[in-house]
Design a protein around this ligand. Sequence first.
Ligand code: HEC
Length: 99
Amino acid sequence: MMTAYITLLAAAEALSAPVRPAKLEICALCHGEDGRAKTPVAPNLAGQNAAYMERALHRYRTGQREGDGMNALVRSLTPEEVSELVAWYAAQNPCGPQP
Ligand code: HEC
C-alpha cells in the first residue's frame, strides 16, 4: 500500500517536472537556466505565467512586439520548442528583485 503510494507520488513528480528543453542554453545566456536574469536588461522569467509568456513570444514572432534580439530568436524556434521553454521557465521558483 505504502509502496503504491510512493510510486504514485514519484509518477506525479515526473509528470509535473518539465523536460529540460533542448534550446535552453540559448535563453540561459540572458534569462539564466533557472529564470534568474544574467544581464541587467533581460527580465526574470522564473515562475512567470505560462500563458503570458506564450503570448509575449507569439507577439515577438509576428512583430506585434519589438524586443531587442527576441524577435529573431523566437523566429528561429518551432512553436513546440517555444512551448517547452515556456513550461520550463514557468516551473522555476519565482525570485525577488534582480541584483
Ligand atoms: C540576448 C539576450 C536574450 C536572449 C538570448 C533571450 N532573451 Fe528573452 N528577452 C531578452 C530581453 C532584453 C527581453 C525584453 C525585451 C523587450 O523589451 O520586450 C526579453 C523578453 C523575453 C520574454 C518576455 C518577458 C515579459 O515579461 O514580457 C520572454 C517570455 C522571453 N524573453 C523568453 C526567452 C526565451 C524562451 C529565450 C530562448 C529562446 C530567450 N528569451 C532568449 C533578452 C534575451
